[in-house]
Write a protein that binds this ligand. Structure first.
Ligand code: NAD
Length: 480
């Protein structure tokens, strides 16, 4: 029976590499029932600010599987990234990006590279919730959730178990982002206990990425929040030999999307220069997902044989390792000619008849009681004088059950006892806490703001300060 899939040719080099991948799949005997949709630049420019028409959304929802070439997101002008919307709307929480050196046929400094990057796909700064709050200050909200972290971390461990991988590494930055990256790291530690057979370790993301770029052989499976995952997967593809070599799957509970990791490469579009390997790798992941693993195996072996025979596109061509520099079309023909062949020197690929899909069961939610400790009120003030601002606020809130305990500017404490060298913008976080830990309610917070606004101070936003059974739900000020 044919598998129903939706195909999008995308922008830039998209149509060239999609034609290549579809031709190879057809010649290899893939059983696909394809519906084509138009997404990306044309859809954006014809007035769909999301990059897709409602009718094409319906097609994706009906087939639940999208095979997609890269698209171009026009810069500025209020266009939302369709890639991000697709991943989030379809609940594609896991972005799986395998990278493996094809040594010595594709030049790399890291012949031992063989890593799977598992990137959280729905949260983090990619929530795209941004605000300009004052003349000077712009904000992007970083949202990391406990269930979102648990889903991706469990997925990483299950993936490692199913694929004979031995180690899972977590990367984050919880020395700075103690709550957001902190919950990701804590969840990693908790879930890891359920997989004693798998080795684990963790790195702060800066040194972790540096180590990976220098010694990728130390890493087997890496699980990361969205932004770090995005960055490390480009590093991974680049050290493998070219960004044109890596594919990815985006997996959700019901839907899935397969693509190359690179973009639409407008600089080489329409010139028969693009390497179709990244999208072809996406196709191989898709065929495995669809239960057509023997077709996937046939394609991957033919691809490896082509690389081994030294037939290379320009991005991976090297005098030392290549025999023939070819364009997209010739590379495609070379793979098709080799369907049924296997590499002689590189390890041959063998996939099991059926690959068991990973199903994630989240831990039950244990309710935690939360109480109000106070409120951070963000004020816009051009005067740059924290002492004057503090005096005005203290006077404004007289009689309130909350008192001003701290003012920070870009996170650094500037009152009380600020340092005159601290650079201040027009954006002040003013922290008010309940006096003597007395009980306060939402009404007290509203009243507090009313008093401040009444004194002509400009409140631009607020954050409630909660306490979760003794654990602070807010960070301290730097220098507090
Ligand atoms: P890019 O990945 O398109 O290109 C980076 C560099 O790599 C370019 O020099 C390009 O020529 C080269 N390159 C990329 N793919 C190649 C291939 N298959 N073969 C040979 N060389 C290849 O990144 P960019 O230039 O930053 O982005 C271009 C556009 O792509 C932007 O509009 C961006 O928003 C979009 N983009 C889309 C996706 C997606 O659809 N999933 C992902 C990333 C970027």
């Amino acid at each position: 029976m044919k598998s129903k899939i939706t195909v999008a040719y995308g922008d830039g080099i998209g149509p060239e590499i999609m034609k290549s991948a579809l031709e190879i799949m057809e010649k290899a005997g893939a059983q696909l029932d394809i519906t084509t949709i138009e997404i990306g630049e044309k859809a954006y420019l014809s007035g769909h600010s999301s990059g897709i028409s409602p009718a094409d959304w319906e097609v994706i929802m009906a087939n639940k599987l999208l095979f997609k070439a890269p698209i171009t997101t026009p810069q500025g002008g209020g266009y939302k990234s369709l890639n991000v919307s697709l991943r989030k709307t379809l609940g594609l929480f896991a972005n799986v990006r395998p990278v493996k050196a094809i040594h010595p046929y594709i030049k790399t400094h890291h012949p031992e590279l063989d890593t799977v990057i598992i990137r959280e796909n729905e949260e983090d700064l990619y929530a795209g919730i941004e605000h300009r709050q004052t003349q000077e200050v712009y904000q992007c909200l970083k949202l990391i959730t406990k269930p979102g972290s648990e889903k991706i971390i469990r997925y990483a461990f299950e993936f490692a178990k199913n694929n004979g991988r031995k180690k899972v590494t977590c990367m984050m930055k919880d020395n700075i982002m103690k709550l957001t990256d902190g919950v990701f790291h804590q969840t990693f530690k908790d879930v890891a206990k359920e997989y004693p057979e798998i080795e684990t370790n963790h790195f702060l993301v800066d040194i972790g990425m540096a180590r990976f770029a220098n010694q990728p052989e130390l890493f087997d499976v890496i699980v990361l929040p969205n932004l770090y995952g995005d960055i490390i997967s480009d590093i991974a593809a680049e050290i493998m030999g070219s960004v044109g070599l890596a594919g990815s799957s985006n997996i959700g509970a019901e839907c899935a999307m397969f693509e190359a990791i690179h973009g639409s490469a407008p600089d080489i579009a329409g010139q028969n220069l693009a390497n179709p390997s990244g999208l072809l790798k996406g196709a191989i992941l898709m065929l495995n997902h669809l239960g057509q693993s023997k077709v996937a195996e046939k394609i991957e072996n033919a691809w490896l044989k082509t690389i081994e025979d030294g037939i290379h596109t320009g991005d991976i061509y090297s005098e030392e390792t290549s025999k023939k520099k070819v364009g997209t079309d010739e590379f495609t023909e070379a793979i098709i000619e080799r369907l049924g062949e296997k590499p002689l020197k590189l390890p041959q690929v063998e996939y099991p008849e059926k690959i068991t899909p990973i199903k994630i069961q989240l831990s039950p939610v244990v309710p935690v009681k939360k109480t109000l400790d106070g409120i951070d009120i963000f004020v816009c003030e051009n005067d740059r004088n924290p002492n004057l601002l503090a005096s005005a606020l203290i006077k404004a809130v007289e009689g309130s059950p909350l008192k001003l305990i701290m003012i920070t500017n870009r996170g650094v404490k500037v009152w009380p006892d600020g340092n005159p060298h601290t650079f201040c913008t027009d954006h002040w976080r003013c922290r008010f806490m309940a006096i003597d830990n007395c009980y306060i309610s939402d009404k007290d917070l509203v009243e507090l703001q009313r008093k401040i606004i009444f004194k002509s101070l400009e409140v631009i936003k607020t954050e409630n300060l909660y306490n979760f059974e003794g654990k602070l739900g807010y960070s301290l000020g730097q220098g507090q």
